[in-house]
Design a protein around this ligand. Structure first.
Ligand code: HEM
Length: 253
Protein backbone atom coordinates (compact mmCIF):
# COMPACT_ATOMS: atom_id res chain seq x y z
CA UNK A 1 0.00 0.00 0.00
CA UNK A 2 1.39 3.41 -0.93
CA UNK A 3 0.56 6.71 0.64
CA UNK A 4 0.91 9.87 -1.42
CA UNK A 5 1.90 12.94 0.51
CA UNK A 6 2.76 16.54 -0.17
CA UNK A 7 2.47 18.75 -3.19
CA UNK A 8 5.39 21.03 -2.66
CA UNK A 9 6.21 23.61 -5.37
CA UNK A 10 9.98 23.76 -5.79
CA UNK A 11 11.60 24.54 -9.09
CA UNK A 12 15.19 24.31 -7.88
CA UNK A 13 16.19 20.69 -7.98
CA UNK A 14 19.91 20.63 -7.49
CA UNK A 15 22.30 17.85 -6.74
CA UNK A 16 21.32 14.71 -4.94
CA UNK A 17 23.10 12.25 -2.82
CA UNK A 18 22.57 8.74 -4.04
CA UNK A 19 24.48 5.55 -3.83
CA UNK A 20 27.00 7.04 -6.23
CA UNK A 21 27.67 9.62 -3.54
CA UNK A 22 27.85 12.78 -5.67
CA UNK A 23 29.23 15.77 -3.79
CA UNK A 24 26.71 18.55 -3.76
CA UNK A 25 26.51 22.12 -2.69
CA UNK A 26 22.80 22.77 -2.45
CA UNK A 27 21.50 20.13 -0.13
CA UNK A 28 18.66 22.28 1.06
CA UNK A 29 16.67 22.62 -2.14
CA UNK A 30 17.15 18.97 -2.94
CA UNK A 31 15.87 17.74 0.36
CA UNK A 32 12.93 20.12 0.49
CA UNK A 33 11.91 18.60 -2.83
CA UNK A 34 12.62 14.99 -2.02
CA UNK A 35 11.13 15.00 1.41
CA UNK A 36 7.99 16.85 0.41
CA UNK A 37 6.93 15.41 -2.94
CA UNK A 38 7.18 11.75 -2.30
CA UNK A 39 5.30 8.54 -1.99
CA UNK A 40 6.01 6.45 1.06
CA UNK A 41 5.79 2.77 1.74
CA UNK A 42 3.52 2.51 4.78
CA UNK A 43 4.34 -1.03 5.99
CA UNK A 44 7.95 0.05 6.50
CA UNK A 45 6.76 2.75 8.89
CA UNK A 46 5.03 0.11 11.01
CA UNK A 47 8.16 -1.97 11.02
CA UNK A 48 10.06 1.06 12.26
CA UNK A 49 7.67 1.56 15.16
CA UNK A 50 8.78 -1.89 16.33
CA UNK A 51 12.48 -1.20 15.91
CA UNK A 52 12.30 2.32 17.42
CA UNK A 53 13.25 1.21 20.90
CA UNK A 54 15.99 -0.92 19.35
CA UNK A 55 17.38 2.22 17.73
CA UNK A 56 17.78 3.90 21.12
CA UNK A 57 19.63 0.88 22.47
CA UNK A 58 21.84 0.77 19.37
CA UNK A 59 22.57 4.51 19.61
CA UNK A 60 23.52 4.35 23.30
CA UNK A 61 25.77 1.36 22.68
CA UNK A 62 27.62 3.34 19.98
CA UNK A 63 27.88 6.46 22.12
CA UNK A 64 29.45 4.50 24.97
CA UNK A 65 31.78 2.62 22.62
CA UNK A 66 32.97 5.83 20.97
CA UNK A 67 33.56 7.46 24.35
CA UNK A 68 35.46 4.46 25.69
CA UNK A 69 37.72 4.66 22.62
CA UNK A 70 38.15 8.42 23.20
CA UNK A 71 38.80 8.68 26.95
CA UNK A 72 39.48 12.43 26.71
CA UNK A 73 35.85 12.88 25.59
CA UNK A 74 34.58 10.70 28.42
CA UNK A 75 36.59 12.70 30.94
CA UNK A 76 35.35 16.01 29.53
CA UNK A 77 31.73 14.81 29.79
CA UNK A 78 32.28 13.75 33.41
CA UNK A 79 33.96 17.08 34.19
CA UNK A 80 30.92 18.88 32.82
CA UNK A 81 28.64 16.78 35.05
CA UNK A 82 30.93 17.49 37.98
CA UNK A 83 30.77 21.25 37.36
CA UNK A 84 27.06 21.51 36.63
CA UNK A 85 25.69 18.95 39.11
CA UNK A 86 28.40 17.91 41.55
CA UNK A 87 28.60 14.58 43.34
CA UNK A 88 25.94 15.03 45.99
CA UNK A 89 22.80 14.47 43.98
CA UNK A 90 21.64 12.59 40.92
CA UNK A 91 21.09 14.00 37.42
CA UNK A 92 17.57 15.19 36.67
CA UNK A 93 15.85 15.75 33.35
CA UNK A 94 15.95 19.51 33.93
CA UNK A 95 19.79 19.37 34.03
CA UNK A 96 20.10 18.20 30.43
CA UNK A 97 19.75 21.68 28.87
CA UNK A 98 22.92 22.76 30.73
CA UNK A 99 24.96 19.77 29.57
CA UNK A 100 26.17 21.29 26.33
CA UNK A 101 29.12 18.95 25.84
CA UNK A 102 26.95 15.88 26.45
CA UNK A 103 24.53 17.12 23.78
CA UNK A 104 27.47 17.55 21.38
CA UNK A 105 28.54 13.95 22.12
CA UNK A 106 25.08 12.66 21.22
CA UNK A 107 25.03 14.64 17.95
CA UNK A 108 28.52 13.52 16.97
CA UNK A 109 27.71 9.87 17.74
CA UNK A 110 24.50 10.04 15.69
CA UNK A 111 26.55 11.52 12.83
CA UNK A 112 29.38 9.01 13.03
CA UNK A 113 27.42 5.86 13.95
CA UNK A 114 23.79 6.53 13.12
CA UNK A 115 21.48 3.56 13.78
CA UNK A 116 20.00 4.08 10.29
CA UNK A 117 22.19 4.41 7.19
CA UNK A 118 19.60 4.75 4.48
CA UNK A 119 16.20 6.41 4.52
CA UNK A 120 13.17 4.39 3.46
CA UNK A 121 12.30 4.29 -0.24
CA UNK A 122 10.27 7.17 -1.59
CA UNK A 123 9.21 7.97 -5.12
CA UNK A 124 9.34 11.25 -7.01
CA UNK A 125 5.83 12.54 -7.66
CA UNK A 126 6.94 14.58 -10.65
CA UNK A 127 9.78 14.56 -13.18
CA UNK A 128 12.90 16.44 -12.23
CA UNK A 129 16.48 16.84 -13.44
CA UNK A 130 19.22 17.24 -10.90
CA UNK A 131 22.20 19.51 -11.36
CA UNK A 132 24.40 16.40 -11.60
CA UNK A 133 22.52 15.68 -14.81
CA UNK A 134 20.45 12.82 -13.45
CA UNK A 135 16.93 12.77 -14.79
CA UNK A 136 14.46 11.38 -12.27
CA UNK A 137 11.18 10.41 -13.94
CA UNK A 138 7.91 10.43 -11.97
CA UNK A 139 7.55 7.31 -9.86
CA UNK A 140 11.29 6.58 -9.58
CA UNK A 141 12.00 5.01 -6.20
CA UNK A 142 14.66 6.95 -4.29
CA UNK A 143 16.69 5.97 -1.29
CA UNK A 144 18.66 8.69 0.51
CA UNK A 145 22.05 7.56 1.70
CA UNK A 146 22.28 9.56 4.94
CA UNK A 147 25.36 7.63 5.99
CA UNK A 148 27.23 8.99 2.97
CA UNK A 149 26.09 12.55 3.68
CA UNK A 150 27.11 12.35 7.32
CA UNK A 151 30.58 11.05 6.37
CA UNK A 152 31.27 13.44 3.49
CA UNK A 153 34.63 15.14 4.00
CA UNK A 154 33.37 18.17 2.09
CA UNK A 155 30.73 18.68 4.74
CA UNK A 156 32.53 17.26 7.78
CA UNK A 157 36.31 17.75 8.06
CA UNK A 158 37.99 14.53 9.18
CA UNK A 159 34.61 12.76 9.00
CA UNK A 160 35.65 9.43 10.55
CA UNK A 161 37.06 10.89 13.74
CA UNK A 162 34.91 11.35 16.83
CA UNK A 163 34.97 15.06 17.64
CA UNK A 164 32.00 16.35 19.69
CA UNK A 165 33.83 19.71 19.73
CA UNK A 166 32.83 20.27 16.10
CA UNK A 167 29.31 20.99 17.40
CA UNK A 168 30.56 23.63 19.81
CA UNK A 169 32.24 25.89 17.25
CA UNK A 170 30.27 28.91 16.11
CA UNK A 171 29.48 27.54 12.62
CA UNK A 172 27.99 24.28 13.95
CA UNK A 173 26.62 25.04 17.39
CA UNK A 174 23.07 25.55 16.08
CA UNK A 175 23.01 22.43 13.91
CA UNK A 176 20.60 19.90 15.32
CA UNK A 177 19.40 16.43 14.40
CA UNK A 178 15.70 17.21 13.90
CA UNK A 179 15.72 17.23 10.10
CA UNK A 180 16.21 20.93 9.42
CA UNK A 181 19.93 20.69 8.68
CA UNK A 182 20.38 18.46 5.67
CA UNK A 183 23.93 17.43 6.41
CA UNK A 184 22.90 15.82 9.69
CA UNK A 185 19.87 13.56 9.24
CA UNK A 186 20.00 10.61 11.66
CA UNK A 187 16.21 10.86 12.07
CA UNK A 188 15.41 11.66 8.44
CA UNK A 189 13.52 14.76 7.41
CA UNK A 190 10.15 15.93 6.15
CA UNK A 191 6.68 14.59 6.85
CA UNK A 192 7.84 11.04 7.40
CA UNK A 193 10.82 11.87 9.56
CA UNK A 194 11.09 9.87 12.74
CA UNK A 195 8.19 10.63 15.15
CA UNK A 196 10.33 9.27 17.98
CA UNK A 197 12.93 12.10 17.83
CA UNK A 198 12.01 13.88 21.07
CA UNK A 199 11.47 10.66 22.98
CA UNK A 200 14.79 9.27 21.73
CA UNK A 201 16.80 12.41 22.49
CA UNK A 202 15.31 12.76 25.98
CA UNK A 203 15.92 9.12 26.82
CA UNK A 204 19.43 9.05 25.34
CA UNK A 205 20.57 12.22 27.11
CA UNK A 206 19.13 11.17 30.44
CA UNK A 207 20.47 7.60 30.38
CA UNK A 208 23.87 8.78 29.28
CA UNK A 209 24.07 11.59 31.80
CA UNK A 210 22.97 9.31 34.65
CA UNK A 211 25.43 6.60 33.66
CA UNK A 212 28.43 8.92 33.28
CA UNK A 213 27.56 10.83 36.42
CA UNK A 214 27.00 7.79 38.62
CA UNK A 215 29.80 5.50 37.46
CA UNK A 216 33.40 5.35 36.33
CA UNK A 217 33.19 3.40 33.09
CA UNK A 218 35.99 1.27 31.64
CA UNK A 219 36.34 -1.86 29.56
CA UNK A 220 37.20 -5.09 31.45
CA UNK A 221 40.41 -5.60 29.45
CA UNK A 222 41.33 -1.91 29.05
CA UNK A 223 41.55 -2.69 25.33
CA UNK A 224 39.87 -0.42 22.74
CA UNK A 225 36.27 -1.36 22.01
CA UNK A 226 35.74 -3.27 18.76
CA UNK A 227 33.69 -0.96 16.52
CA UNK A 228 32.93 -3.42 13.73
CA UNK A 229 29.41 -2.94 12.43
CA UNK A 230 26.99 -5.75 11.65
CA UNK A 231 25.00 -6.01 8.42
CA UNK A 232 21.30 -5.27 8.39
CA UNK A 233 18.68 -2.55 8.44
CA UNK A 234 19.83 -1.18 11.79
CA UNK A 235 23.50 -0.34 12.20
CA UNK A 236 24.28 -2.53 15.21
CA UNK A 237 27.65 -3.22 16.75
CA UNK A 238 28.84 -6.65 15.60
CA UNK A 239 30.10 -7.68 19.04
CA UNK A 240 28.51 -7.03 22.46
CA UNK A 241 29.81 -4.09 24.46
CA UNK A 242 31.25 -5.07 27.83
CA UNK A 243 31.89 -2.40 30.46
CA UNK A 244 33.00 -2.22 34.09
CA UNK A 245 31.02 0.20 36.25
CA UNK A 246 32.35 1.60 39.53
CA UNK A 247 30.13 3.96 41.59
CA UNK A 248 31.50 7.52 41.82
CA UNK A 249 28.84 9.58 43.64
CA UNK A 250 29.04 10.64 47.29
CA UNK A 251 25.32 10.23 47.86
CA UNK A 252 23.65 6.86 48.43
CA UNK A 253 21.76 5.91 45.26
C1 HEM B 1 18.01 6.86 18.22
C2 HEM B 1 16.78 6.49 17.95
C3 HEM B 1 16.12 6.55 16.57
C4 HEM B 1 16.66 6.82 15.34
C5 HEM B 1 18.11 7.15 14.99
C6 HEM B 1 15.58 6.75 14.38
C7 HEM B 1 15.71 6.98 13.01
C8 HEM B 1 14.67 6.97 12.11
C9 HEM B 1 14.81 7.26 10.71
C10 HEM B 1 16.11 7.60 9.97
C11 HEM B 1 13.57 7.15 10.16
C12 HEM B 1 13.22 7.36 8.68
C13 HEM B 1 12.85 8.83 8.51
C14 HEM B 1 12.61 9.24 7.10
O1 HEM B 1 12.24 8.41 6.27
O2 HEM B 1 12.77 10.47 6.80
C15 HEM B 1 12.65 6.80 11.21
C16 HEM B 1 11.30 6.61 11.02
C17 HEM B 1 10.44 6.21 12.02
N1 HEM B 1 10.74 6.05 13.35
FE1 HEM B 1 12.54 6.33 14.21
N2 HEM B 1 14.41 6.42 15.03
C18 HEM B 1 14.69 6.30 16.38
C19 HEM B 1 13.81 6.01 17.39
C20 HEM B 1 12.46 5.81 17.22
C21 HEM B 1 11.52 5.55 18.30
C22 HEM B 1 11.89 5.51 19.80
C23 HEM B 1 10.30 5.36 17.72
C24 HEM B 1 8.96 5.05 18.34
C25 HEM B 1 8.65 5.24 19.58
C26 HEM B 1 10.47 5.51 16.29
C27 HEM B 1 9.46 5.38 15.36
C28 HEM B 1 9.59 5.63 14.01
C29 HEM B 1 8.49 5.52 13.04
C30 HEM B 1 7.06 5.08 13.31
C31 HEM B 1 9.02 5.89 11.79
C32 HEM B 1 8.30 5.93 10.46
C33 HEM B 1 7.77 7.35 10.25
C34 HEM B 1 7.03 7.52 8.94
O3 HEM B 1 7.41 6.92 7.93
O4 HEM B 1 6.05 8.29 8.93
N3 HEM B 1 11.78 5.78 16.04
N4 HEM B 1 13.33 6.70 12.39
Amino acid sequence: MYLARGNHENKNMNKIYGFEGEVHSKLNETFVELFSDVICCLPLAHLNLLVGSDSIMVAITWILSLMLNNPQVLKKAQDELENKIGRNRQVEESDIKDLVYLQAIVKESLRLSSPSGVIFPRAAMKDCTLSTGYHIPTGTKLMINIWKIMHDENLWPDPYSFQPERFLCSSHKDIDVRGQHYKLLPFGSGRHSCPGISLSLNVMHLILAALLHSFEITTPSNEPVDVTKSNGLTNMKATPLEVLLVPRLNCIL
